[in-house]
Ligand binder design. Sequence first.
Ligand code: NAD
Length: 264
Amino acid sequence: MSHNILTGKKGLITGALNENSIAWKTAVKAVEEGAEIVLTNTAVAIRMGEITQLADQLHTIVIPADATSVEDLENLVDKAQEYFGGKLDFVLHSVGMSPNLRKGKPYTDVSYEYFQKTLDISALSYHKLLQTLYKKDALNEWASVVALTYIAADRAMPGYGDMADAKAVLQSITRNFGLIYGREKHVRVNTVSQSPTRTTAGSGIAGMADMLDYTDNVSPLGNADADDCAEYLVTLFSDYTRKITMQNLYNDGGYSSLLPIMDI
Ligand SMILES: NC(=O)c1ccc[n+]([C@@H]2O[C@H](COP(=O)([O-])OP(=O)(O)OC[C@H]3O[C@@H](n4cnc5c(N)ncnc54)[C@H](O)[C@@H]3O)[C@@H](O)[C@H]2O)c1
């Protein structure tokens, strides 16, 4: 079902790896809602994943960029504007990875080299992307930029390791960049805090399957899945949410408002 709420809008979507990716579902939904989009991911992910099939399906292009490289991001923003013949209206940051989690390193025995990579890939990349867009004046007035986060940034929980710290930084960047970009250009900057979701990134987290079942059981509306997330994101890209900025917005079936007690 489409309401054409993104008709005429042009957007950049990072992080679509395969059809389970939140970014994949969002790209499909954004186009259904009338947007034109460009896709990006790392050169390796483009080679190993299925993003080129998505680009074919949506009649668009994929521009390779490592989200930790300012040079790549500058090229990405230039190429996206060239493709559209103008500025962008929305951007999705859907990038995350922790080498510590990947290698099964517990929070009490992290590699600090990996920790820095976690922060760079999962948090600083958002600042780098925003700073590149800002310096190049690549966003239209009232544009919307959204990154994805997780509740472990706000409440301690086992298993999420250094990603919890990276997500806390991501949410802080959202407020600080949102303040400047809102005042100067009326650009909105938010994070969406998503339920545990079955994706490649999600499966790298120890205990994820149990967490997913638990939150699905206790959340009044059950977990939000990747499709639910895509539907929420397109509303945030649309003109119906023009005064929402600097927020961390939960898309989690109500889980974040519960006390952690057993059912009584
Ligand atoms: N899956 C969950 O349970 C869940 C919950 C809350 C938030 N999130 C967040 O949602 C976002 C998307 O993840 P997903 O669950 O769709 O998984 P996913 O694995 O499909 O997407 C993660 C993407 O990050 C990309 N990426 C990794 N390193 C990169 C780099 N250096 N430069 C550019 N791209 C890079 C990967 O190629 C991949 O496309 C992430 O920020 C993740 O932390 C996921």
